[in-house]
Design a protein around this ligand. Structure first.
Ligand SMILES: Nc1nc2c(ncn2[C@@H]2O[C@H](COP(=O)(O)OP(=O)(O)OP(=O)(O)O)[C@@H](O)[C@H]2O)c(=O)[nH]1
Length: 225
């Protein structure tokens, strides 16, 4: 669902910052609480049609914005500043059009993206099966064997018509080396947690904490740094 007052077109945005634009301490993963540290992060939300991708994004950017109506998304971008472990992230959150297995994978979905939110509806097995397909396409396009990713089982308020068990979502996420969470945009449940989980993943991948120096016996004996 595209909500014009919150969104802008992403054309040409790809060249922006796949790299941090922050000071040196951020490049080294600084979790020092330095408020001057700002990094850019680009996050893509993907999944089948009508699984609640736009509702998820909207609720995150503007809580209590849930809308029962369905407006198919073409593509919209939200921006939000997120503070995580002492670092400020300027996040660009791209809400993509619903995909099916025949959808062409746009190269924009692979270039300069730091993390993926792959969404299915717990009330649609088909949308669940789409997650593996999308994940495969992302890896193929990126030419990597792992991406930062959170698998989201959306619409968990629809428990009465559930087609995908929680454990199935969990197992798939584990297989994809991703985090997993169930959410309800309607009930505003676990929405911010999705982004927190992704932040943790992205932090591990893009600004891991500096490795501890190996200590010799002398230093460790005397408690040296
Ligand atoms: N019950 C329930 N309905 C939801 C939830 N999230 C979204 N919906 C409804 O599901 C429909 C589709 O929501 P959207 O957020 O537009 O879904 P989308 O995945 O962005 O759809 P596309 O634009 O086709 O890709 C709308 O009618 C929403 O009101 C939810 O958590 N629970």
């Amino acid at each position: 669902m595209s909500r014009p007052n919150q969104s802008r077109n992403t054309a040409g945005a790809q060249q922006q910052a796949s790299k941090p634009t922050s000071n040196a301490s951020a490049q080294q993963g600084g979790s020092s609480g330095n408020s001057a540290t700002t990094m850019k992060r680009k996050v893509l939300i993907m999944g089948s049609r009508s699984v609640g991708k736009s509702s998820l994004a909207s609720q995150f950017v503007e809580p209590n914005s849930f809308n029962e109506s369905y407006y198919p998304t073409i593509e919209s971008t939200h921006t939000k500043t997120i503070k995580h472990e002492g670092i400020t992230y300027d996040c660009e959150i791209i809400d993509t059009a619903g995909q099916d297995e025949y959808s062409l994978f746009n190269h924009k979905y692979a270039v300069g993206i730091h993390g993926y939110i792959l969404v299915y509806s717990i009330a649609s097995r088909q949308s669940f099966e789409m997650i593996q397909t999308l994940h495969d396409k992302i890896l193929d396009f990126q030419g990597v064997d792992k991406v930062c990713c959170v698998v989201v089982g959306q619409k968990c308020d629809l428990n009465g018509v559930r087609q995908v068990k929680f454990e199935e979502g969990q197992a798939l996420a584990k297989k994809l080396h991703a985090n997993f969470i169930e959410t309800s945009a309607k009930d505003n449940k676990n929405i911010t947690d999705v982004f927190d989980l992704l932040m943790v993943e992205m932090r591990k991948s893009f600004n891991p904490p500096p490795e501890k120096k190996k200590q010799g016996w002398f230093a460790s004996w005397f408690g040296g740094a």
